[in-house]
Design a binder for this molecule. Structure first.
Ligand code: CO
Ligand code: CO
Length: 351
């Protein structure tokens, strides 16, 4: 409407953006430890106990439902892109359990006093475009008038109960594969500070807006070679790798030099574009991880909070090479980043 003001920059309307705004893991554990939860029904196959990505509820011997939800404040400036990324991020937890998303409900908190409603239209359109790619229906939602914009989805998917991936089945000898490049946290922190515009971090934006879907790419055999999976989000590679190691009672060895890293990320870290989550993720994992010989100015990439990050897969070693080749046909940054070893003193070791 008012052309002289130029397009609204969403990141300038909020204090923190994306998964970097997550409640820190230690704080969350403290809160949850004080709550008495209702007893779980026997049909609940996976709940929140092991920090899995989504809940799984068995409906019949052939069918289980996957439930998850995610929402956050703007991580990018363009409303349509924000909607797309928020939707990809929410669907990711269904893919991380081996499921296919079927329906989604929208969660929208919108500052009617300060933003034009056209922004809400664009956010919802960005999400809808992504849902169309995923073959997922938008079946409703809830909105409130709030001080800051927040958007996300509650997603229901389905999966065969025997096809469920969890973070608890990584086995000694497995190969670790990461499907997307790291660094969305520092890059979007730089965007928010005005150090660069969206065009300078286009690789990161495209990566965050890409579905974590693998099902249509792999054969049944290849699918079964994936023993454990999780998506890398707010707790960074360090936090999610630690959770996988603990849930599976193994340790992980990660080769720092083989980690896929998005364009400009090390420059961005050197510039000091960090979030609170860089610090809290480091604190959360410090005691149980060790990093040897990794340059100090590069190390923070493993603590970088990812929004709509890639899948970390623990894969049967004998199938790892053909599997990685197939995954690379869609995810160009996908890489073999390490291996699963017998449970040692540390959850994971970086070298
Ligand atoms: Co997740
Ligand atoms: Co999540």
């Amino acid at each position: 409407m008012n052309e002289t003001h130029g397009p609204i920059k969403l990141t300038q309307t909020v204090q923190k953006g994306g998964c970097a705004a997550k409640v820190a893991a230690q704080e969350l554990r403290k809160i949850l430890s004080k709550v008495t939860f209702p007893p779980a029904d026997p049909s609940v196959l996976v709940d929140g106990a092991h920090f899995d990505d989504a809940a799984i509820v068995r409906v019949s011997p052939e069918l289980a439902l996957v439930h998850t939800l995610d929402f956050f404040t703007p991580i990018v400036d363009t409303p349509r892109l924000f909607g797309r990324i928020a939707a990809a991020n929410a669907l990711s937890d269904v893919y991380a359990m081996g499921g296919e998303p079927r329906t989604a409900l929208a969660i929208l908190a919108f500052p009617l006093a300060t933003l034009d409603t056209g922004v809400a239209v664009d956010v919802l359109q960005g999400a809808s475009d992504l849902l169309a790619e995923a073959g997922t229906s938008l079946v409703g939602g809830h909105s409130i008038d709030d001080d800051t914009l927040k958007f996300g989805l509650s997603v229901t998917g389905d999966v065969h109960p025997e096809w469920v991936w969890s973070n608890s089945r990584a086995r000694e000898g497995d190969v670790l594969i990461l499907t997307k490049g790291l660094g969305t946290g520092t890059l979007t922190a730089g965007l928010k500070r005005g150090a660069w515009d969206e065009s300078a971090i286009s690789e990161a934006l495209e990566s965050m807006g890409t579905l974590n879907r693998l099902r249509d790419l792999l054969t049944v055999d290849e699918w079964r070679a994936i023993r454990a999976a999780t998506d890398i989000t707010g707790f960074g590679l360090a936090g999610h790798a630690m959770q996988m190691a603990r849930a599976s009672s193994v340790s992980l060895e990660i080769d720092f030099g083989s980690l896929p890293v998005l364009d400009r990320v090390f420059d961005s870290l050197r510039e000091g574009f960090l979030t609170k989550a860089h610090r809290t993720n480091r604190e959360y994992t410090a005691a149980t991880c060790s990093a040897v010989g990794v340059p100090d100015d590069r190390l923070p990439v493993v603590f970088d909070p990812q929004t709509s990050g890639g899948l970390l897969l623990s894969v049967d070693k004998s199938k790892a090479d053909p599997l990685l080749a197939k995954i690379r046909s869609r995810f160009s940054r996908a890489a073999r980043i390490g291996r699963v070893v017998a449970r040692g003193e540390k959850d994971w070791v970086l070298a």
